[in-house]
Design a protein. Structure first.
Length: 529
């Protein structure tokens, strides 16, 4: 089918984009390379369409829902959007992205290359023409350039005509049709076709269904995700959608949203981000976790959102401490490491039936008794691992607790990673990489102390530790036994520090753990719909 025919079908509204498709993702470099391939006659791929009753399939970019049979683009959105935007001077109605992306594409008449410029780049030796204007207005729009180079006029006219004729090129079009191809089957086909790119998630499929009765569902969800990210709490679209599901239905399966009325969906979507942000603010401020580095145990957030909703969006400090304790137990035990949807459905049912007390009994049952942080929980040798995160968290908590009152609110934010035994020194002494990179050798110190230690003499790199006060050593769980500060005792030093870290972490967890009487009082205030 001719490209021009496909573009005309977009104009007429008979060629549409299904709502489950993501927005425009091509960069200017991809646009430029695509147009060059099209101009040179290289293969640019075919178009895959789905013929369906669009009365029952949500489509993007139409305020009034179309009806009857229509063709929906499954593969080729980026190419068709590029061609439409360049030939029409504006993106199609289903476009989701930055319209300025297509402006300023120029074609070089001498070497036949494409380049983006804010304004036309022209000189007598290197003529450029605006490719978009040429495609819209024809060769006449570039005759000035041709006339300025009479020696090359014939060659330039041939190249200009060749570029304007790209819309006459025929592309292979495959059409999927038939009642057996429902939305689930089509999404599976879409994922197969796009196996080399970004496939659709469960959240994308549910959003497609939601848009059937709530056309602005995708925009509302994106706005809430953007708001959370702007406030420093990036959690992603699918996870927020799962939180909405948990709050509104008490279940984790996203498919549960299919039966949710539009008003109920919008109301829950307006509330769930507040619950998530309230909890993550406590995680950041009270527990000291670095959310920018990636939130550990993020799978717990749907249960957290359901709990906040059951508390009518408010809770006492004791209640929040109890929830933080449960959350940290989930992190330490990797509670949501496998079969997350099954685990969430179980925990949501427990929460509705037995409250926070039931959730705590479940994590105790999971390990067969009371919880104890062990030194091996602090094993690890790379940043981003659980042990690294826990040491960073503990450093912030203890630094904040040991600082003067006026500095507590900010001292944790000024900590920077520091290797107690310098890594180069350890490597020169022949220690294996696993020991050299051990997270137990990392502490997080205020910048002033870290800078002081970095000035220590190369021949005695541990000398700076002697200048630290006993309180500072204790705050960062650095063993005070000077015998362990010798290079030959490095492995014993790591073991001793892991024990101190484990004990400090256990102490902090116990400070959060609610008593039975407190749990009864907390759970008595729950109200589950």
């Amino acid at each position: 089918m001719r490209i021009a025919t496909l573009l005309d079908q977009i104009d007429s509204g008979s060629l549409l984009l299904p709502e489950f498709q993501r927005g425009f993702v091509w960069t200017r470099d991809k646009i430029r390379r695509f147009m060059r391939s099209l101009y040179l006659g290289y293969p640019v791929g075919g178009i895959l369409l789905w013929e369906a009753d669009i009365s029952n399939v949500p489509v993007r970019g139409h305020r009034v829902r179309p009806s009857g049979l229509g063709a929906l683009v499954l593969d080729g959105q980026q190419r068709l959007t590029t061609l439409y935007s360049l030939t029409r001077g504006k993106p199609p109605t289903f476009f989701d992205g930055d319209p300025d992306l297509f402006r300023g594409l120029h074609f070089h008449l001498d070497d036949e290359r494409f380049q983006f410029f804010a304004t036309a780049q022209d000189s007598p030796d290197s003529p450029w023409v605006d490719a978009g204007l040429l495609l819209r207005n024809g060769v006449e729009s570039a005759l000035d350039q041709v006339q300025r180079h009479p020696k090359h006029a014939t060659m330039y006219l041939g190249r200009l005509n060749r570029l304007t004729q790209v819309v006459e090129r025929a592309l292979s079009v495959d059409l999927i049709t038939g009642p057996e191809f429902d939305l689930d089957a089509i999404v599976d086909i879409f994922n197969q076709v796009n196996s080399g790119g970004t496939t659709l998630s469960k959240g994308d499929l549910v959003l497609a269904r939601l848009c059937a009765h709530t056309p602005d569902a995708r925009q509302l969800l994106r706005a809430q995700c953007d708001s959370l990210a702007a406030n420093g709490y990036p959690i992603g679209q699918d996870l927020l959608l799962r939180c909405v599901t948990a709050v509104s239905t008490g279940r984790a399966s996203l498919i549960a949203l299919d039966s949710l009325p539009p008003d109920a969906f919008k109301y829950t979507l307006s509330r769930a981000p507040e619950y998530v942000e309230s909890f993550l603010r406590a995680v950041s401020d009270q527990v000291g976790l670095d959310l920018e580095g990636g939130l550990p145990g993020r799978g717990a957030l749907p249960v957290v959102a359901r709990w906040y909703d059951s508390m009518s969006g408010t809770s006492t400090p004791q209640a929040r401490d109890g929830l933080l304790y449960w959350y940290l137990r989930c992190v330490l035990q990797d509670h949501y490491g496998r079969s997350i949807e099954t685990a969430l459905n179980r925990d949501l049912a427990i929460l509705d039936r037995d409250g926070l007390a039931g959730l705590l009994r479940e994590v105790d049952r999971e390990i067969g008794g009371s919880f104890q942080v062990e030194p091996h929980d602090l094993d690890g040798s790379t940043a981003g691992t659980r042990s690294y995160t826990l040491i960073h968290m503990l450093s912030k908590i203890r630094a904040r607790g040991s600082a003067p009152n006026e500095a507590r609110s900010r001292c944790g934010d000024e900590l920077r990673p520091h290797h107690i035994f310098p890594k180069k020194w350890l490597r020169d002494l022949g220690w294996p990489a696993k020991d050299v990179n051990s997270n137990a050798n990392v502490c997080f110190l205020p910048e002033s102390i870290s800078a002081q230690l970095e000035r220590r003499p190369p021949n005695d790199p541990l000398a700076g530790l002697e200048e630290l006060s006993a309180a500072t050593l204790a705050t960062h769980c650095i063993p005070e036994d000077r015998k362990l500060w010798q290079p030959h005792a490095y492995r014993e030093f790591l073991g001793a520090r892991q024990q101190l870290l484990a004990a400090a972490l256990q102490e902090f967890l116990e400070s959060l753990r609610p008593r039975r009487a407190d749990l009864r009082r907390i759970d008595s205030n729950m109200s589950v719909a």
